[in-house]
Write a protein that binds this ligand. Structure first.
Ligand code: ASP
Length: 392
């Protein structure tokens, strides 16, 4: 039996984040994720992938089939960036650049539209970023921040909440502590749902912010050596970023973490299945920093630990400071999805290589691009990248 890519995405699998430490919130939802490689690389063919996915196909066999990406982003839910094509990701980057340069022109693009932000888990910047994005496009926002403020405290299911909220709004951004929640939400909703982070799994709009930052720093998003440092087990932004960079190909990953917080196997499988990408695992930041074009620092994800002692023991494993920055390349970019705890000393903020506050701005622009695109609102004066490329 053959499966379409989206059917495979919806199949029962197992969430694999967190093999080493007991997980605090690991109870899966009724729908779980395909954990193994789900090869969809259009730009970077997965020539000799040998990993088997949940339906027993090799990655190479899966990649031989045409991916079933939507032809347009209108009405599309984004649970992971695997839901859209690399061309559509490029289009979003282009769209965000246009928005940045034409803030007043686009200020009424989403007049009359409403975004719901359903945040079952604490967030400051991501929720405010989604909301500001809609407000800056002329739309309005409803929602809640914290499950105790919603009907979930009365026992309502995610599906029922989404079926209800779909009647009110044009697009939903959802954050939830459990992996798979955004997928459940997207099945129940009749409007596009954007995953704003589901447990230790994925955070696609953070990845869009990361890509925009790489694009602006390097003029490209591949042919880079990317170091990821810190909590690579529970850090969903790391998983999303690796997944997406593999699709563009030509990236060397240096995965720097303590033994207990190593990258989950399903993410490593993704790299292994990508011919033009490779990785090494390491534990020492100072030893490796000199090789990197990009250093992606992450905090240890306290909320996903069972055991406070484990968290306290691991939280300060890596602290990037001016001394370590002296060992790095002159044009290395330091990224961090924020919030920072201790892992980057404040003295690094003034270093021109610190790109993490740029990332915040890029996050808002990319969310403006995505929200307007999935609703289907046309940015006045905007010329799509594809049309431009064809004409050039
Ligand atoms: N803000 C990011 C997230 O929601 C990173 C973090 O919380 O450490 O995953």
């Amino acid at each position: 039996m053959s499966w379409t890519m989206s059917e495979k995405r919806r199949m029962i699998g197992e969430v694999t984040a967190g093999g080493h430490l007991a997980r605090k919130k690991g109870v899966p939802l009724s729908v779980e994720y395909v954990s193994q490689v789900d090869s969809t690389a259009e730009d970077a063919p997965i020539g000799n992938g040998i990993a088997e996915n949940s339906v027993g196909e090799t990655a190479a066999a899966a990649s031989a089939k045409a991916p079933d990406y939507p032809s347009s982003l209108v009405g599309t839910s984004v649970v992971t960036l695997d839901d859209i094509s690399t061309q559509q990701i490029r289009e979003l980057l282009h769209r965000a650049q246009y928005i940045d340069a034409h803030r007043t022109t686009v200020a009424h693009t989403c007049d009359g539209r409403v975004l719901a932000t359903l945040f079952y888990e604490p967030s400051t910047r991501t929720r405010l970023s989604f909301e500001t994005a809609m407000l800056r496009l002329g739309g309005q926002v409803i929602g809640f921040a914290g499950a105790q403020l919603s009907s979930v405290s009365k026992g309502e299911s995610i599906a029922d909440t989404l079926k209800t909220v779909s009647n009110y709004v044009d697009v939903v951004a959802i954050r939830h502590p459990k992996e798979g929640a955004a997928l459940v939400a997207s099945h129940a909703a009749s409007v596009p749902v954007i995953n704003a982070g589901d447990g230790g799994h994925m955070h696609p709009t953070q990845t869009l912010a990361d890509l925009a930052t790489l694009q602006s720093r390097f003029g490209r998003i591949n042919d880079l050596t990317v170091g990821l440092c810190g909590d690579l087990t529970f850090g969903r932004t790391v998983h999303s970023l690796i997944e997406t960079l593999c699709r563009f190909g030509h990236v060397r990953f240096v995965l720097i973490s303590p033994d207990e917080l190593k990258t989950p196997q399903y993410v490593l499988d993704r790299i292994n299945a990508t011919e033009t990408c490779s990785y090494v695992e390491a534990s020492d930041l100072a030893e490796n920093i000199g090789d990197l074009d990009v250093l992606y620092m992450t905090r240890v994800q306290k909320e996903r630990f069972f055991n406070e002692d484990d968290y306290l023991r691991l939280r300060d494993t890596y602290i990037l400071d001016a001394d370590k920055m002296r060992l790095a390349k002159q044009d290395m970019a330091v990224l961090h999805p924020l919030p920072r705890v201790n892992e980057i000393a404040v003295e690094v903020d003034d270093d021109p290589r610190a790109a993490y506050f740029e990332q915040v701005k890029n996050g808002m622009l990319m969310r403006m691009a995505l929200e307007s695109a999935v609703i289907g609102d046309v940015l006045p004066g905007y010329e799509p990248l594809q049309r431009k490329e064809v004409r050039a």
